[in-house]
Structure formats: structure tokens, C-alpha cells
Design a protein around this ligand. Structure first.
Ligand SMILES: Cc1cc2nc3c(=O)[nH]c(=O)nc-3n(C[C@H](O)[C@H](O)[C@H](O)COP(=O)(O)O)c2cc1C
Length: 416
């Protein structure tokens, strides 16, 4: 006690001076760009998701956020990333880190691809163009969906500097599918991605409960909702009506068109046909077993995307990240193996790459950004993912993506 008082008595005190304490308060003038300020305050993708939830009508948020059935596949895809255990190497010089990779013959700044998502202009009026432009700004590829709400041509014209891929659902009648492929090729899309996990639409129970229609229709409940999200509705009603922009010339209602693109008779013969029609890189999306991966590799596809559609199709389908090592071991030397589902952090991407993925496709991660703040929101999401990825590389002692290998990652058993 005596020592304590002696010490405090020795400390010389003075009156606080404004020049000393004002910088500590860190007072800043309020930012005029409230959208950007809100986005900057978000610390991770979960924060962006919270902003998105507040700024988007419930049915639209749920359509994006939700999955099929009890949503087990989606939960499991996220849960497995929480059980990742990194084994970092230390004392490596990581002052310069090269995060780039070659994806299907072209360099990408990071092993991240912005995957195909339908109806993107419903999430935010800036839609596919905003997403494609943001991808290009970060040196990442963007894949437009067959169910896009902006046409193949419009995306290409507005995002000329972005590497573009096109996702196809093969149609019951092959004519319109072939027409889409030709248009994509003519507009410089260099990779075709065939989605094969949709013989029927998955049971999206949130959509059923919310009475979601596409495009959204103005029922009494919707009118009530309008008051809460005036900006979203204003933007929807003052921009081009939501349609499947790439095949608006095709006759039929939205549900008729949907049932025509989700073809239950799709088979390996269609992959063969597509291979003969498309000379560029061909990737099959929605592959979920080692055996199918092998058959496809033998058929001469260039890549497979291990995916259960973000849990939106068959609920309780295997978690793609779990499949990775076995598939990579079987076909990884012949073709490029990609993965998606549950990615909410750049460290997840690092883990997937370490387990053998060439790159990770993201879906909701950028859509949360889009719903939270349009193009600036997508950029914020990509800023987070790329910084997290780069920092994780450094923390793992890897200065080149090729140094991310299996020795750096293990998965903790569920109950330990
Ligand atoms: C709102 C939404 C729409 C989607 N639309 C398509 C689509 O049109 N075609 C497709 O192949 N996949 C589609 N997907 C699946 C994604 O490409 C991807 O497989 C999935 O989102 C990955 O999971 P993640 O969202 O957890 O990253 C969609 C996903 C979401 C969330």
C-alpha cells in the first residue's frame, strides 16, 4: 500500500489541454454517403447480411438467404468451415504474397469466382451489371446465370473488362439452349458452366410461406410491405420489369419457362452434345460424387464444380467441401476441381484451396453485399473476402497460392 501511494505521488499531473485530448476523441464530421458509411462499418459478411436483411423486403431476403427443406445442407456447409483447424507455418517471409491463380487458362487475382445466381435484379435494382463490374474491379471472373434478369449482351456491354462465364440449364428442346450458347460466345463469354443438380426445383419452404412470386406481385400483404422498404419498391417500379432477360423472346409464363429449363431427362448424353457444341472450357456444376466426377473427367470436360446449389436443391446432400480431397485425388490431375457452398470468409477460401480446390465459387456472400448497398455493397463483400484470404495466406506462412496445401488444414471432428 505504501509503495502504491509513493508511486502515485510521484506522477506529475496537469490540466487536460484540448490539443492533447481532441485527437483521442476522434471526432469526425458525419459522412454524407450514408450507404458507404453503413457498408464501411460492417466488419464481416455476417454484418453485411444483417444490413441486407434490414434493407430488403422479407420475401426477397428469404429467397436469397434460404435453402431447401429444413436447410440442413446449407447449415452443414457453413458449420464445417467453423471446424476447420489451421496448422500455420511460421518464420516464413510473407512480406510479398501472390494471391493469383490460373483458372481454366486465364489468370485471376484470387481463387474466387462470382457464381451464377438467378433474379439478381430482384435483390437490388443494379443487379447483374453491378456484380459483373465489381468482379472485374477485383480481377475476378463473373458467371451470368441462364435465369439472369439482365441479358447476355447487356452484361457484356456494361462490364467489358470483366472475365465472363455463362451458366446454362439445358432445355427440354435444345434449340433455345443452343441459341444462348451462341450468343454467349459471340459476346466474349469464354467458359460454359452446365448446372446439373436441378431435375426439379428444390422445395424452398420460406418462399412458399412468404407467397413469393417472380416477379414480385402487388398483393395486399406486399402493399403493406412497401411502406417498410420504399426505396426498394421505388427502384423496382422505376426500372425495367424483372424478366429472364436472356430469353425474353421465348413465350410462356415465368413458371412455364422455369419448368422448361429444369429438365428431368438431362443425362450424360447432353454433356456429350454440349461438348461438341462448345469448344471453350466446359465446367459441370452440381457434381456430388467421386464416381460422377470420374465419368465427367473421362468425357473430356475441363472442370467440375462440387456443389449442392448452396443447399437449395436436395436437402441433406453431401457437403461439397467434405468431398473435395477424394475427388481431387481421383481426377485432380486431369481436370480443375471447384467447390461452393457456405463460403462466408476469405479464410474459408484458403481452406478449400488448401484441400485441392482450384477456386471457390461464391453466391450469397456477394448477394448479401448487393442487397446491403448495390454495387458498393458487392465491392465491400469482395474487399472483405480478398483481405481475409490474403491475411490468412500470410498467417499460414504461404507467399504463393501453390503453397496452400493439405498439411495446413484439418477438420476437427464434430464433438471434440
Ligand atoms: C439467390 C440464388 C440464386 C441462384 N441461382 C442459381 C442459378 O440460376 N443457377 C445456378 O447454377 N446456381 C444458382 N444458385 C446457386 C449458386 O450458384 C451457388 O451454387 C450457391 O449459391 C453456393 O452457395 P453459397 O450461396 O453458400 O455460396 C443460386 C443461389 C442463390 C443463393
Amino acid at each position: 500500500m505504501a509503495i502504491y501511494s509513493a508511486t502515485t505521488n510521484m506522477t506529475k499531473r496537469q490540466l487536460p489541454k484540448p490539443k492533447d485530448f481532441l485527437p483521442l476523441i476522434g471526432f469526425r464530421a458525419p459522412r454524407l454517403d450514408r450507404n458507404q458509411a453503413r457498408l464501411d462499418a460492417a466488419t464481416n459478411l455476417w454484418d453485411l447480411r444483417s444490413i441486407a436483411k434490414k434493407r430488403t423486403p422479407r420475401a426477397v431476403f428469404d429467397y436469397t438467404d434460404g435453402a431447401a427443406g429444413a436447410e440442413e445442407s446449407m447449415k452443414r456447409s457453413r458449420e464445417i468451415y467453423s471446424r476447420i483447424e489451421f496448422n500455420p507455418r511460421v518464420l516464413r517471409d510473407v512480406s510479398n504474397v501472390d494471391t493469383s491463380v490460373e483458372i481454366l487458362g486465364k489468370k485471376s487475382a484470387f481463387p474466387i469466382v462470382l457464381g451464377p445466381t438467378g433474379f439478381t435484379r430482384m435483390m437490388h435494382y443494379q443487379g447483374e451489371v453491378a456484380v459483373a463490374q465489381a468482379a472485374g474491379d477485383f480481377g475476378l471472373p463473373y458467371c451470368l446465370s441462364t435465369l439472369g434478369t439482365t441479358s447476355i449482351e447487356e452484361v457484356a456491354e456494361n462490364a467489358p473488362n470483366t472475365r465472363k462465364m455463362f451458366q446454362l440449364y439445358v432445355w427440354r428442346d435444345r434449340g433455345p439452349g443452343k441459341e444462348l450458347i451462341d450468343r454467349a460466345k459471340a459476346m466474349g463469354y469464354d467458359t460454359l458452366i452446365l448446372t446439373v443438380d436441378c431435375p426439379v426445383g428444390g422445395p424452398r419452404l420460406r418462399d412458399v410461406k412468404n407467397g413469393l412470386t417472380i416477379p414480385p406481385s402487388l398483393k395486399f400483404k406486399t402493399m403493406m410491405d412497401m411502406a417498410k422498404y420504399p426505396n426498394w419498391w421505388f427502384n423496382l417500379l422505376t426500372t425495367e420489369p424483372l424478366t429472364f432477360a436472356s430469353f425474353s423472346s421465348t413465350q410462356g409464363t415465368v413458371s412455364e419457362l422455369l419448368s422448361r429449363v429444369m429438365d428431368p431427362s438431362l443425362s450424360f448424353a447432353d454433356v456429350e452434345w454440349l461438348r461438341s457444341q462448345w469448344q471453350g472450357p466446359l465446367v459441370i456444376k452440381g457434381v456430388q460424387t467421386v464416381a460422377d466426377s470420374k465419368v465427367l473427367a473421362d468425357m473430356g470436360v475441363d472442370g467440375i464444380l462440387l456443389s449442392n446449389h448452396g443447399g437449395r436443391q436436395l436437402d441433406r446432400a453431401k457437403v461439397p467441401f467434405e468431398l473435395l480431397p477424394d475427388v481431387v485425388e481421383k481426377v485432380g490431375s486431369e481436370i480443375e476441381v471447384f467447390v461452393d457452398g457456405g463460403t462466408m470468409n476469405g479464410a474459408d477460401v484458403a481452406a478449400a484451396v488448401a484441400r485441392g480446390a482450384r477456386a471457390v465459387f461464391i453466391g450469397r456472400a456477394y448477394l448479401y453485399g448487393l442487397m446491403a448497398g448495390g454495387k458498393a455493397g458487392v465491392e465491400r463483400a469482395l474487399q472483405m473476402l480478398t483481405k481475409e484470404f490474403t491475411d490468412t495466406m500470410k498467417l499460414l506462412g504461404a507467399s504463393d497460392v501453390s503453397e496452400l496445401d493439405e498439411s495446413l488444414v484439418s477438420v476437427r471432428p464434430k464433438f471434440s
